[in-house]
Structure formats: C-alpha cells, structure tokens
Design a protein around this ligand. Structure first.
Ligand SMILES: [Cu+2]
Length: 166
C-alpha cells in the first residue's frame, strides 16, 4: 500500500511539475517573439545605417546627346536613383552638324527640379549635378527647339528619371 501511495504521489507531482513547466514556458514564447522583434529592430537599424551611407552617394551616368535622343536616336535610358542621392550626369555632345542638344529636368518636365546643362555640339562635354531631393517619376528632355518645325523633345528626345523613396 505505501508503494502505491508513493507511486500516486510521484504521478501527482509529475503532473504538477508539468503544469508549472507549461505555465513557465508559455510566457517564454512571447518572450521569444519579443526577441524576434528586437532582431527585426536591429535589422531596421542596419537598414537605416545603410540608408545613411547611401545618402550622399554619388550616382553617375553618362548620356550621349544624339539626334534626337539620349544614347539613342530616340528616347533614352530610364535613370533610377534614390532620394538623397547626388546625381552626376556627364553629357557628351553627339549631334550631327551644327545641331546642339542639352539635358533638361525642370518645371516643364514637369518636375520640381531645375537642372539644365549647356547646349553641346558634337564632342563637347558638360556635367550636371544635383541632389535628388524629390521622389517621383519625371521626364528629362532636350530643350532645344529650332525656330521652325518640331522641338527636339517633340522629335522624341525625352526619357524618364525615377527617384525612388527610401
Ligand atoms: Cu536636342
């Protein structure tokens, strides 16, 4: 009989210990989730640090100002940067004969920017630099327009610059 009592006591004790263990472990799960959240926060901090490094990053492009496109006979490449980037665009005149071209990103794009290069004939080089302070998708274009006929933009000398949010 005493051995049965001991056995019963052991069973009851095991159940009690298991219950206590469950009560203790159960709150541990949210604790582990909290740890995960902390990890996420750490990752976010790293992202912010990366952002901090990227802000002020110089992003360079080279565009050939051709008749009547950028690096092309029409249109041009889509330039993609991020808010805060320093954008540096080297422009190389590549027009035929006396035809000059420029790079313009201004209120007529339309855009909040006011960036304009010199008008370049073949072989001339200019560089425009600006900080991409405003996010959005805008058109850059050539502002040259002869007194008669279509403007260069109307001939297709425009393309897209996308400034992505951080
Ligand atoms: Cu042009």
């Amino acid at each position: 009989m005493p051995s049965k009592l001991v056995f019963f006591t052991v069973i009851v004790a095991t159940v009690i210990i298991a219950s206590i263990a469950l009560v203790i472990i159960q709150p541990l799960s949210p604790l582990r989730q909290t740890t995960t959240v902390e990890n996420t926060a750490t990752l976010t901090t790293e992202t912010v640090m990366t952002t901090g490094e990227a802000t002020g990053k110089v992003v360079t492009f080279t565009l050939y100002l051709s008749d009547y496109g950028f690096n092309a006979s029409s249109g041009g490449p889509t330039l993609t940067v991020r808010v805060g980037d320093h954008v540096r665009i080297t422009l190389v005149g590549n027009g035929s004969g006396p035809i000059v071209h420029d790079f313009t990103l201004d209120e007529n794009s339309p855009s909040p920017y006011n960036v304009k290069s010199r008008r370049l004939s073949k072989g001339q080089i200019d560089t425009v630099e600006f900080v991409a302070n405003y996010a959005g998708t805008f058109k850059y274009y050539c502002s040259v327009a002869p007194p008669y006929g279509q403007s260069h933009r109307e001939r297709g000398q425009e393309a897209i610059i996308t400034i992505l949010e951080r």
